[in-house]
Write a protein that binds this ligand. Sequence first.
Ligand code: C6P
Length: 423
Amino acid sequence: MNAALDPTTPRPAAPTTAWELLRADFPILDQRVHGHPLVYLDNAATSQKPRAVLEAIDRYYRSENANVHRGIHELSNRATAAYEGARARVARFLNARSAEEIVFTRGTTEAINLVAHAWGARVRSGDAILLTEMEHHSNLVPWQLLAQRTGANLRYLPVTGDDGGLEVDRLGQLLTPEVKLFAFTHISNTLGTVNPVAELCARARGLGVVTLVDAAQSAGHLELDVQQLGCDFLAFSSHKIGGPTGLGVLYGRRELLEAMPPWQGGGDMIANVEFYASRWNVIPHKFEAGTPHIAGAVGLHAAMDYLDRIGRQRIFQHDQELAARAYEQLAGLAGIRLLGPKTGRAGLVSFHFSDVHAHDVVTVADQFGVALRGGHHCNQPLMRKLGLESTARASFYFYNTAGEVDRLVEVLREIRRFFHVPL
Ligand code: C6P
């Protein structure tokens, strides 16, 4: 066995870069998996959580826990301040005009479903929703359900086979007067493509088409300014940006949120309830029925503070450098097909070996302590268009290092030897 793959191999010596020093903030990274130092490269699925987030949640439950908006007692006031403070922090994180434009949801998926239901109430038979071929199922199936309910049609902006970009030239043909909404991802979780959001929003806005940006893969990696991007809706998940699971954000332009009906009924979303009719609360509460994920919002607040101390532009640059390093080295392996753009990609690399199934790659990599993801990545239509059923994917974050990229490549070489594939 290659010496570097031996489980008794010690961890690399003391950290040498500022990025490596940050790893000390992530207790989970300091462990062995199957005897090897953990190399966590599944950040597009979910990110790890810094100590600051874990401590904020712990502190909240130890000293502030109560229900929000309802109580008059001290703890309830503290919990409400923490929850609404997190909302204001999200507004700053996205440069929204006001905290009233920030709705808490369970995640990106629920945020998109909210729009498909509540904004979708105005959609009629014969209307069209424009998507792209690289959408995650979360930004595809809710629109299919809306189309089934209303008789609306779905259209797709194609992905080019070569570089994994969008065929933006086709927008002129596709954005006809029937199109009411254009929903697209900022960063593809399978290809690593970074879409030109401001340009796409401007094209749609010029024709009066509402836009929704799926920022699940970008919010924790890039500076996002919803006013500059010019989008009407934007969705992301806390758990992909260092925050806890079970919480997400929907940004919506005030005029649109105010005009939309609620999508779920219950406590907190009402102004007044009678036996046979009710009046709704103001935005954003109109869209938050029931007790929300208060501790989640507190954790997300801490995560946003943590990211902004590092700087999201610096994070993006670091992710891109790691992805470029991985892409370059993997391109040298025989029988490998790399998906997405050659340059300018986000911090992830998807690949397919002609002779080893992605699940086998991921299973064996795990035996070496390297956590990857294998499968269709909730992108089945895109995969099929590319003639694939699955790929293996390595996705990076700021706590990953060049040494970990090199180890990934080393482990992949070993896997190919294991399956008797020529290198
Ligand atoms: N992609 C991945 O491994 P939720 O599950 O609601 O937090 O996020 C859904 C989602 C929406 N859009 C994009 C572009 C995404 O990448 C994801 C989640 C994970 O790629 C899980 S499939």
